[in-house]
Design a protein around this ligand. Structure first.
Ligand code: ACO
Ligand code: KIV
Length: 567
């Protein structure tokens, strides 16, 4: 069937909530939530090929290294792998890391689940039971009362096997209950079942019960989820004994927004997976959430300084690539191909260099507002997450002068004058169109060297002497095409005397149009780079570049590089 002209005959509009006094729209995020990484459970259960024990171990170690303190490691009653993995994590988890495991509300599965945690230092037992009308009717054939009764019975069972069992006193226990499909559950029923579960568990302010309120299927705009969460947070009794947790899925592509708005609405904790792995379109992406906070100046309490190693582990274990456009982690998200973006980024870096240098010179405090990150098109400094500026500007046929100039700056340290940028960008553009693909940095550098640095001349001995106050004389020789050519000329400085010498030696008229120079490097390694634009016999002007420890020789080399193009 094609798409319906009137989809309303098949699909229901999700009702918004009547919450006239909602507070969350005027709040802003100012601290990170408690994080729970469920990559090894929700992420793993959605993989075509679930992880092996070795892969889970590698993944677990990475989560710990990043700084996650609550990690859902398995569904121990699902498979021997999950059970064995939980046992191995119990043995090796750092003292400050909570191991979380999931079970449905089935007695034998709960017993097996808790058995897997024996000897753990810190453990969270997580039960789920679907509470939406749709699931209760279609999946369970259960009434609301029966749902409450089952949830309470199972909670009491968990309690008797954990915190009420003196033989498990070596373990610190937490309990989490998820009214599954919360996003599609009547808010009143979600409250009712959670109140009953809370009473059965008996939480305290020091050991709160976790109510995880999943958007098991994302069914509405994020503001509706935020309303549902605010309603729950403001109506649940003994709020100080409750940790409200979020578990957004991404069916409508809004999981990150839903998690952020729902934190404004009062939630304390977020469950998700690295790079949004998980059922269907995935769980909310923990990397995006954390780095969204970071780029607002808030420490997310997890560390992605080496994001490439995180991607490596995620891709290896999930066997699913991180898409190239994925926020923060995607290969292309710190790359600009288009000319106007490159131009703005390059100017942004120049501006930043100047500001940082000025701040250093005046020894101003580094938190001063002006030195805060502000580069057009780059919301995050790639260096902060272990990437470099190499990939920031990439060049293809959509690029402008700034792109190629940036590559030459980063590869050769040459800050090209505007005129040379324009001239070189035409050459790069022609090449990019000819090959029909992106040009690599090394290819652009080779084009530049060929066009502006190599020249086929060998500069033999030379001397520049003072004739009088105004005049200098160049005397020397060059080798070109196997011939030695004697040169002699006079001008008002080294460059004009040399161009005069070339004019005399080659029987042409050499005119200088533009000249720029700057230093490369610092201290004893400093070299001069000179850029010169000349015209020979009225033909089209050409640039040449010279690099040398001696600024006069650099100038002579730049003239030769340019001059060679006319021969
Ligand atoms: C939203 C989520 O992500 S929930 C987590 C989902 N994760 C998983 O399912 C991964 C691991 N699961 C498994 O290995 C298996 O499904 C098991 C071991 C849990 C159960 O296996 P089985 O006994 O073969 O049951 P099956 O997989 O068919 O599950 C469906 C049964 O569980 C019941 N069920 C589903 N959710 C729950 C729940 N939260 N509490 C109690 N029973 C539940 C269903 O009503 C159905 O019961 P029925 O057979 O009486 O109709
Ligand atoms: C078990 C629960 C929390 C879940 O995974 C979901 O609802 O998506």
């Amino acid at each position: 069937m094609p798409m319906l002209k009137d989809p309303s005959i098949k699909y229901r509009k999700f009702p918004s909530m009547h919450l006239p006094n909602r507070q969350w729209p005027s709040k802003s995020l100012d601290k990170p939530p408690r994080w729970l990484a469920t990559d090894l459970r929700d992420g793993n259960q959605s993989l075509p090929d679930p992880m092996s024990v070795e892969e889970k171990e590698m993944y677990f170690d990475k989560l710990v290294e990043i700084g996650y303190k609550e990690i859902e490691v398995a569904f121990p009653s699902a498979s021997q792998i999950d059970f064995d993995f939980t046992r191995s994590v119990v043995a090796k988890a750092p003292d400050d890391v909570w191991i979380q495991v999931l079970s449905p509300c089935r007695e034998e599965l709960i017993r097996r689940t808790i058995e897997s945690l024996k000897g753990a230092k810190k453990a969270i037992v997580h039960l789920y039971l679907a509470t939406s009308e749709c699931f209760q009717r279609i999946v369970f054939g259960m009434t609301e009362d029966e749902g409450v009764e089952l949830a309470v019975r199972c909670t009491k069972l968990v309690r008797s096997l954990t915190k009420d069992d003196p033989s498990t006193a070596g373990t610190e226990w937490q309990y989490e209950f998820s009214p599954e499909t919360f996003s599609d559950t009547s808010p009143q029923y979600a409250l009712r079942i959670c109140e009953a579960v809370k009473q059965a568990w008996g939480p305290s302010e020091d050991n709160k019960i976790i109510f995880n309120l999943p958007a098991t299927v994302e069914m509405s705009t994020p503001n509706v989820y935020a309303d549902q969460i605010e309603y729950f947070c403001t109506h649940i009794s003994e709020r100080s004994k409750v940790c409200v947790s979020l578990h957004p899925h991404n069916d409508r592509g809004c999981a990150v927004a839903a998690a952020e708005l729902a934190q404004l609405a009062g939630a304390d904790r977020v469950e998700g997976c690295l790079f949004g792995n998980g059922e269907r379109t995935g769980n909310v992406d923990l990397v995006t959430l954390a780095l969204n906070l970071y780029t607002q100046g808030i420490n997310p309490n997890v560390d992605f300084s080496d994001i490439l190693s995180v991607i490596k582990v995620v891709e290896l274990c999930n066997k699913i690539p991180v898409p190239e456009r994925w926020p923060y982690g995607g290969q292309l998200v710190v790359s600009a191909f288009s000319g106007s973006h490159q131009d703005a980024i390059k100017k942004g870096f120049n501006d930043r260099d100047e500001i940082v240098k000025a701040a250093e010179d005046s020894k101003e405090v580094s938190t001063a507002d002006e030195i805060k990150w502000q580069i057009p098109y780059l919301p995050l400094d790639p260096v902060d997450i272990g990437r470099n500026y190499e990939a920031v500007i990439r060049v293809n046929s959509q690029s402008g002068k700034g792109g190629a100039a940036w590559i030459i700056l980063t590869h050769l340290g040459l800050d090209l004058p505007r005129g040379l940028q324009i001239a070189f960008s035409k050459i790069v553009q022609r090449e990019a169109e000819a090959v029909g693909r992106e040009l690599k940095g090394s290819e652009i550098e080779a084009l530049f060297r060929k066009e502006y640095i190599s020249n086929g001349f060998v500069l033999k001995e030379y001397d520049i002497v003072r004739v009088d106050e105004q005049a200098r004389k160049f005397v020397g020789s060059v080798e070109f095409d196997g011939r030695e050519i004697k040169l002699s000329g006079v001008g008002n400085g080294p460059i004009s005397s040399f161009t005069d010498a070339l004019s005399n030696g080659f029987g042409v008229k050499v005119e200088v149009w533009d000249y720029k120079e700057h230093a490369i490097g610092q201290g004893s390694n400093v070299r001069a780079s000179t850029f010169i634009e000349i015209r020979v016999d009225g033909k089209e002007k050409r640039w040449g570049v010279g690099i040398h420890e001696d600024v006069v020789q650099a100038s002579i080399l730049s003239v030769l590089s340019s001059f060679a193009g006319f021969l």
